[in-house]
Structure formats: C-alpha cells, structure tokens
Design a binder for this molecule. Structure first.
Ligand code: GLA
Length: 684
C-alpha cells in the first residue's frame, strides 16, 4: 500500500527550498500555502551540501524541523534525491565523476548536472546519500514519495568522460558480442573504419570537421545514454523500493536521449513533467505559420500522458521565467496561470506542483518567479493559484479516476527521434509534421493522443484508435510494418509522410524500392524524390476536390502499384507535374494514406476531410478555433474541458444542456468564455 496514489485525487503542491530562506519564515510560508489550497511540497532536490556537508557526515536536523512543520500543517512531502547538484567537496575529491565535452574538457562545479552517469564512484556516492536519506525519512509521517534526481539530461544530454567511453565499450560488447557483428551494424567497411580490437571503440570523438560520427554509432550513442540514465536511476530506485515500499517513486522532466517510457515502466510509479508553457514565446520558429504558442504544450502533455495516463506536474509555471543570463519570459497574463494549470489537468495531471513558492533573491534563477515575489506581499498569482486550489476540491472526486479520451494518435518512436537528430534527410520532419497534425486536430476539436511504438507494441494498443498518424518513420522493422498491416486490415486507418519505411533498426537502408517495408500496406512505390532547395520553397498540388496545397521541404513522386490505390492529389509543377503526391490505399477494412511530402496544417485538414473517420466527440458544442477541447472520462462519464488560450472572449453555443462542474449551473444556448478562462462541462 502506497501512502499516496496518483489516481485518487486532484491536488495542488508547490516546490519549496527551505535552505534558501531563514528558518523563521518556514511556518508562515506553510500556513499561507494551506490558505492557497496547497497540500504538498517538493523539497530537497538540490540540497546535497546541506545533507552531507562533508563526506559521510549526514545532517538532517534542519530538514527534520521543516518536515515537522509540514506535518503539523497537513502538508504532504516529496523529497528529491539531490544528485543533480553534488557538493564541491565531492567533485574536488573525485573528479572522475565529472562529465566532459566531446573535446575532452571536464565540466566543473558551479552550475548543476555536471556529472556523468557511468562513473562507479558516482554510483557509490549517489547510492550512499540516497540510502542515508531514505533510511532517515522512510517513517516520517509527512513524506509520501521520492523524486529521483532532477530532470535527467536537462542542461546537457551528451557524455564524454573517460568512464563514458569505457562504459560504451562494454555496452557495445554486450549488444553485439563480436567485433564482426559490430562492424556489420555500423557499416565500418565504409571508409575503412573497421575495428580490429574492442579498445579502438569509443563514443564520438573529434574527427575532421568537428563532431561527425558514423551515423550508426551516433544512433547507438543515444541508446547507450538512455540505458546509462536508466541504470543510474535504478540504483536509487532500488534503494527506495527496498526501504520505503510505501512511498511512490517518480522523476521529473522530458528530455532528449532518454527513453522515458522504459524508465517509467521499469522504475517509477508514475512519471512527472515540468510544464513551462511560456517557453513557447521564446522558442517559436519565426517561419512557422499560425503557431499555437502556449497551447502547443498540450502536444507535449500528450506525450507525457503516453508515459503515465495520470501524472504529476512537478513544476508548473507560476510566474515569468528567467535566469540571470538567459530565458527572459513575459509574465503570465491574468488568467493564464489558472489556464495552464487546467491545461495540465485536462491532459491527465492529477497533481500540479507550482514552481516555486517564492522567487529566489539570489543565484542563477533570480528572475525565475514563483507564486510569491521577493517582497512576499499578496499578489495576483497567489490569488489565482488559490482559486485553482478551491476549484480542485470541487472537481477532485469526479475527475481523479478519469483519463484522457482520444480516437486519434500521433505515432512516434525513439529510434527515429534519435536517428533523426543526426540525419538531416528525415530528422527535421518528424517534429514539424507532428506539430502540424496536432494543430489541425486541436483546431477541429478532435482530441488526440501520442503513441510511442516499440517492439512490444500490440495490435490491441493500436486498435484503441480509429486513426494513426505516423509522419515519417524512416526506421521501420519488418515486424512493425506487419503489425501496422494487421491494424489496417482489421479496419484501422493510418497516414504516413515522406521518407517512411526505408531503414532498418541499425539505420541501414533496405535494398528495396521506397517506401521500403511499407510498400505492401501503402500499395505504392516511389519513382524518385527530391529535397526542395534553391528553386522554390514548395510545390503546388491540386487535390481531387480541386483545392490546392503546398508541398514543402521534400517531394516524392508516387507511383501506385495496386488497383486499390486512389490518387488524392497530384503535383502541379516541375518535371513531375501531374504525378501523384498523395494517395490512399484501401487495404482490408481500413486505409493507408501516403503523402510524399512534409505535412502542413492544411494538408492534415485535407486528409482528415478525405478520411471522414473521426470527428469531435462533442457535436453538441459549437466552439471557435481558439478554444481547445480536451476530454477526460471513464465508463460512466465524460468531462469536457474548454480552454480559451486567447485574451479575447470566445463565443460558444451549447445545443444541449450541460453542467458547469465548478458552479454546478446548467448551461445551454450561447455563452461567452472569457479570455484565458476555462470551463469544465458534463452533459446534463
Ligand atoms: C527546471 C528545473 C528547476 C528550475 C526550472 C526553472 O524545470 O527542474 O530546478 O531550474 O527549470 O529554470
């Protein structure tokens, strides 16, 4: 029995750093947290030098007092293991724990995440602090769970210390067994890269032109990093599971070079994510058409949900962001903090922990604002959080056990993400197309999931969806292609974009005509293909309904080979004018659509219209584009979240009566949803 289960309640929490404030403030902080509707704090994840000021000398007195106060005021506590910030004594004495750049320069004390995951010394020291903490706090009545480390692979996701090179060599030996198999997998006969001894094997090192490794090694490097993180996390998770089986284990953040699905399946009770929608205002591609800005976080939250259907937001943005030297972000406008909290909840977050209680008055994150400002006087952000806190008490019982409901999934997989990072021929397309599909679906009010394919994915998992969009799976095993065929034969619908089906899991190209192992399912072959560069940014297409589309970045000239293929659009320009660009194959009871380009939102809209297999789950609601519809439900009831991301009010029509879950009023007819406002409905 765990002391806390994620699926039993909706709850608010806050990240708290007692070590950064005078002890006299702690109790007042906690009293005000409770007044704000906060029931949980996350503490300790950077406090190693407090817990162990010198080697083996553990000091828990201050945190003991703080935890006594927390318990007195009814606050539950998550403790973070502090291994993202080792003390100065540690890295001074054991420099072998430090990470290094590809050039071999050590990364030193002074920021955070400067260690590697492979040094056995760091394993030992991390295990020791974790064990000391767990043994000390396992019976503390306030503590309910543990966060492993903090944001694995944030700050840096590459590791080139001595121990990494050594561990990689071992990993490669385990994976391939013989040098012959390794040479074959990495295609080392090309440019005489053949290895004749294991000692010659390294992680990428500098070569002429800088860092440009053999592509198959580059793919294995990502797999190795992910395995190293998981092996490192397991050391801590095993200690917690052994001594504190009644506490949950989680970790926070979604970063590159880590299979978070595997990590969660093997080690965690549920996954946690850190949601900062305001990054969308500083990271938006200026060339992107109609970006979703903060609403685009819903796509990331869908990925989080694919890891844990109900999850925790361990850090929910609570103010303007900013380090002293970077990331200057606008302040959330009135309503946005609440809107973003519900964005998380709508997508499956049951525990929302704001980052952070109060803005730090010193250090790197001096401008990363928490709920409270430096002056600690009442402000509108605290008031907004308090509003959410009150509302969650009304919603918790009905919503806690529900999960997100969707008929469509955008499909991804780690192999293609990791291979694509180095491969400019397909790499940039996956994320771009996924985003455009998400825009089309969300603006049509069709809730969607993200589904991560792997070797263990079953037909039943695919069959939860009417439509799968797998934008550019360059790497596709024969077994996966067969699974997708079975899905379509049984009535599923699938959509692919260019560069699909042509590589095996090592990243070698199949000696097959394109789209490789997907030819049978799609009923097509490709005559040829070209990157679009120089002459024009996009080729115009004419669709079968005479509308036009623009096919940018890449054009593949499709040749149907099966009589069951319908051509849905042809190219209008160049030497391939009149040739098919978009086709649909009737295969068994379903269809496989193939688009020889990178998806735009318009192309996704057109394909959705052609498919006619999915529609909004709330035809009784007329919603403007600016409102997101998200759906949580279970066998008994569906809950409709309406989220207005625009500062302008939205006009909504309810053709049937529905109950506002917060006010308990029955609504019908035309209503106004104010700018940044949220409405949660159930059918009356
Ligand atoms: C991350 C970290 C936090 C903090 C915030 C804001 O999510 O986990 O410790 O640094 O970013 O920068």
């Amino acid at each position: 029995m765990k002391a806390f289960n994620i699926n039993e309640q909706l709850m608010l929490g806050v990240c708290y750093y007692p070590e950064q404030w005078p002890e006299e403030m702690w109790e007042d902080d906690m009293i005000r947290m409770k007044e704000t509707g906060i029931s949980l704090i996350r503490v300790g994840e950077f406090a190693w030098s407090i817990f162990e000021p010198t080697e083996g000398n553990y000091q828990f007195k201050d945190f003991d007092y703080m935890l006594r106060l927390a318990h007195k005021h009814g606050l539950k506590v998550i403790i973070g293991t502090p291994t993202a910030t080792p003390p100065a004594w540690l890295t001074e004495k054991y420099p072998e724990v430090l990470n290094a750049t590809v050039e071999g320069h050590l990364l030193h004390h002074g920021l955070r995440r400067h260690t590697n995951y492979t040094s056995t010394t760091y394993h030992r020291l991390s295990a020791a602090i974790t064990e000391a903490l767990v043994l000390h706090y396992k019976d503390n009545p306030a503590v309910v769970g543990w966060q492993l480390d903090n944001e694995f692979n944030c700050e840096i996701g590459e590791f080139y210390s001595e121990s990494d090179h050594e561990a990689f060599r071992e990993w490669v030996k385990q994976r391939y067994g013989t040098l012959e198999k390794l040479n074959d997998a990495w295609g080392t006969v090309f440019w005489s890269q053949t290895y004749s001894s294991w000692s010659q094997v390294h992680l990428p090192r500098l070569v002429p032109g800088g860092k440009q490794p053999n592509p198959h090694l580059a793919l294995d490097e990502k797999r190795f990093i992910s395995d190293s993180v998981i092996a490192y996390a397991k050391i801590q998770a095993d200690i917690i599971a052994e001594h504190a089986p009644h506490h949950f284990i989680t970790t926070n953040g979604l970063f590159g070079h880590l299979n978070s699905h595997q990590l969660t399946k093997e080690l965690l009770d549920f996954f946690s994510y850190d949601s900062y929608p305001q990054f969308s205002t500083i990271n938006t591609d200026p060339k992107e058409k109609r970006p979703l800005y903060d609403r685009s976080w819903s796509l990331t939250l869908s990925t989080v949900r694919s890891i844990s259907p109900q999850f925790c937001i361990m850090e929910q943005q609570a103010g303007p962001g900013g380090w002293v030297n970077k990331m200057d972000m606008p302040s959330p406008k009135p309503g946005q903090l609440r809107l973003w909290s519900y964005q998380s909840i709508a997508h499956g977050a049951n525990l929302v922990v704001y980052f952070r209680w109060r803005t730090a008055t010193f250090g790197q994150e001096i401008y990363w604002h928490g709920l409270n400002d430096y002056g600690n006087t009442p402000n509108r952000r605290v008031a907004e959080a308090a509003k959410v806190g009150k509302e969650l008490q009304l919603l918790s019982d009905q919503l806690a056990a529900t999960t997100y409901q969707a008929d469509v999934a955008i499909v991804r997989d780690y192999n293609n993400e990791w291979d694509g990072e180095y491969d400019v021929w397909h790499g940039p397309f996956g994320w771009k197309s996924g985003k455009e599909w998400f825009k089309a679906l969300t603006r049509k009010h069709i809730p969607s999931d993200v589904l991560y394919m792997n070797e263990e994915t079953t037909l039943a998992e695919l069959q939860r969806y009417k439509l799968l969009v797998y934008p550019h799976p360059a790497i596709m095993s024969k077994a996966t292609a067969q699974l997708l065929e079975a899905y379509v034969v049984a009535g599923g619908h699938i959509v692919f974009g260019c560069r699909s089906g042509y590589k095996d899991q090592r990243g070698h190209c199949y000696m097959l005509p394109f789209p490789g192992v997907l030819s049978t399912l799609t009923g097509i072959t490709l005559e040829e293909y070209t990157v679009l560069k120089g002459t024009r940014p996009a080729t115009t297409l004419t669709c079968s309904d005479q509308s036009t589309l623009e096919a940018a970045h890449f054009n593949e000239i499709i040749q149907p080979v099966s009589a069951t293929v319908d051509v849905l659009a042809v190219y209008d320009q160049d030497y391939y004018k009149g040739k098919p660009a978009l086709t649909q194959n009737r295969f068994g009871k379903g269809t496989a659509t193939y688009y020889g380009s990178v998806f735009s939102e318009e192309a996704a809209h057109y394909i959705l219209q052609q498919l006619d297999v999915v529609s909004t789950p709330a035809p009784w609601l007329d919603l403007p584009e600016q409102v997101e519809l998200a759906l949580r439900g279970n066998e008994e009831e569906q809950y409709y979240f309406l989220l207005n991301y625009n500062e302008q009010p939205a006009e909504i029509s309810l053709h049937e009566p529905a109950v506002d879950m917060i006010t308990n009023q029955t609504l019908q007819g035309d209503i106004i949803l104010e700018g940044y406002d949220v409405l949660i409905l159930r059918k009356a």
